[in-house]
Design a protein around this ligand. Structure first.
Ligand code: PRP
Ligand code: URA
Length: 217
């Protein structure tokens, strides 16, 4: 897996990451979702440089211009719930992409900190020979990403996988990196050092699903 950590280089992306982390701005849900969406747009733009392009010709009112066109068989797959604003950001740029949605949540069977990942809902097209953009803003333990990937395998083998995430923990990145095909790319806005005992990223941002859509029972 090739890891592209975009905050290793200074750019306007750092402002959006700061706002989603900052306790004084992250409670503005509209801004929080829009910042995740904007980060999705930036990650999508960066990964677009690694896609395949075909010859193309565009006719203007005054003539024709040869312009390479991005490959068409892209599927954007997001992990519910928190993946939704990131999905929209990717879709803003890959507007012709097919779409897939899959749910994953943490189940604490005995109300302890220990949890298992439950995957229930899946709505997706075939992934056979497609370019899969797999989006989830938080890559904490990496458990959700791996459970989702396992569930998607029955839909076919993508020709290329790009994982798109906003904040990761080193542990989660290490956990997933050998579990995907070697030519997989991880596009991540930033990576933090620690996970706490509940599997939350520290300093992270808190709960991305709740910050986007409110608390759940
Ligand atoms: C968040 C996030 C990931 C998962 C990451 O979802 O969107 O799916 O946690 O954690 P992991 O790497 O340890 O698996 P959450 O369980 O909070 O669900 P939600 O999106 O419905 O709020
Ligand atoms: N899910 C989140 O939303 N945040 C974390 O830090 C870990 C999992």
């Amino acid at each position: 897996m090739t890891i592209h950590n975009l905050s290793e280089q200074n750019s306007i992306l750092l402002k959006f990451i700061s706002e989603i982390r900052d306790v004084n701005t992250q409670s503005d849900k509209l801004r929080f979702r829009r910042n995740i969406e904007r980060i999705g747009e930036i990650l999508g733009y960066e990964l677009s440089k690694y896609l395949k392009y075909e010859k193309g010709v565009v006719t203007t009112p005054l003539g024709v211009k040869k312009i390479p066109q991005v490959e068409k068989d892209i599927v954007v797959c997001s992990i519910l719930r928190a993946g939704l604003p990131l999905h929209q950001g990717l879709l803003n740029y890959f507007d012709d992409a097919e779409n897939a949605f899959i749910s994953a949540y943490r189940n604490h069977p005995d109300n302890s900190d220990a949890f298992e990942i439950v995957v229930e809902y899946l709505a997706a097209p075939s992934l056979e020979n497609k370019v899969l953009l797999l989006a989830d803003p938080m890559l904490a333990t990496g458990g959700s990403m791996i459970s989702v990937y396992d569930a998607l395998k029955k839909l076919g083998t993508p020709k290329q996988i790009h994982i798109v995430a906003v904040i990761g923990a080193k542990e989660g990145v290490d956990f997933i990196k050998d579990k995907f095909p070697e030519d997989t790319h991880l596009w991540i806005a930033t990576v933090d050092d620690a996970l706490n005992e509940k599997g939350y990223i520290v300093p992270g941002l808190g709960d991305a699903g709740d910050l986007s859509y409110g608390t759940k029972l």
